[in-house]
Design a protein around this ligand. Structure first.
Ligand SMILES: [Cu+2]
Length: 320
């Protein structure tokens, strides 16, 4: 009788509640759809899917963990809400004490989370090992952080190519106090450089990270990698951009490294292997020409390699 009365009462408010529930579910679905898109556009809620082997693996792990969390939240909060409303004191509910100090319950709520954690840890460990495995790279570039710029030195077949990558002049002018330049009019404001790092798509590129002064961090969100550049140490990471995803990718120094920390962006120009080989040949030709040309008469528009400056040394042996 009592149950019937309560059910009837609930029915009276069923319609507005159903409407609210429908709206809430719609909003949640919208949020999840926006999140699943993984756009790296400003204001996007989710992390970008990225364009590399690793970034896709990391994104997949992230989404798997998210859905596990969603499922746990639905079960736990659902049970709590049902318990609070259905078995409330005002309805004459009597506490069930059979679960108190129940060994069976203790085992169940220990074993289930352990199984969930193990199921999540296995693919995560696999991806972590993959991230750390820099063997078999096709190209190696040494990346050195400076206050406040990056230096890229190619090793192996592209050895000799070396240049600094600093904030583009357009951004640098606009950022000055009272410059009078509206940053919104500057393309890729604070995210553009004079000489981007150039790498080929479809090839495993190993980056050796170090620093000449303080700790910096090399971070390109679309590559799914971020690693500290520490003076006196060499950290490794690798990038393999999917073929067909050639283009320009941008990142920033991700370690607070001093006054101009926000003004040392990272720009990577990903070319097809053929275009990359052409670029390497051009840089090498420019290097040769620069070697044969007296410094005073070097052309101002010489390719970047020709403008290479001597660098603080870590031996080549340490780098290979
Ligand atoms: Cu920095």
């Amino acid at each position: 009788m009592n149950v019937y009365r309560l059910t009837a009462k609930h029915d009276r408010s069923a319609r507005p509640r159903a409407r609210f529930l429908g709206r809430a579910l719609g909003a949640l679905a919208g949020l999840l759809a926006a999140g699943a898109a993984g756009a790296s556009a400003p204001g996007a809620m989710n992390m970008p899917v990225g364009v590399t082997v690793l970034s896709r693996d990391i994104y997949r792990l992230h989404m798997e963990a998210l859905w596990v969390c969603v499922a746990i939240a639905v079960v736990v909060f659902g049970a709590m809400i049902v318990a609070m409303f259905r078995f409330r004191h005002s309805r004459g509910a009597v506490p069930d004490t059979s679960m108190t100090h129940s060994t069976k319950a203790e085992i169940i709520w220990t074993v289930i989370p352990v199984l969930i954690l193990v199921a999540m840890a296995l693919p995560a460990t696999k991806t972590l090992l993959k991230i750390e495995d820099t063997r078999g790279s096709d190209l190696t570039v040494r990346v050195t952080g400076y206050q406040w710029k990056w230096q890229y030195q190619y090793l192996g077949a592209a050895s000799g190519i070396s240049f600094f990558s600093t904030l583009s002049q357009s951004s640098n002018f606009a950022r000055q106090l009272h410059s009078g330049i509206d940053p919104k009019t500057v393309p890729h404001y604070l995210l553009s450089v004079d000489h981007p790092l150039v790498i080929p798509s479809g090839e495993k590129v190993r980056l050796l990270l170090t620093s000449a002064d303080v700790i910096h961090a090399w971070w390109v969100p679309d590559f799914g990698v971020k690693r500290s550049a520490i003076p006196g140490f060499i950290n490794e990471l690798w990038v393999k951009v999917d073929p067909g995803k050639e283009g320009v990718y941008r990142g920033q120094c991700a370690a607070l490294c001093g006054r101009d920390h926000g003004f040392m962006p990272i720009v990577v120009d990903v070319k097809t292997p053929a275009e990359f080989q052409k670029w390497v040949a051009e840089q090498k030709a420019a290097l040769k020409q620069a070697a044969n040309t007296p410094a005073a008469s070097a052309p101002n528009d010489a390719p970047v390699a020709a403008a290479a400056k001597p660098v603080r040394a870590l031996t080549a042996q340490a780098l290979n």
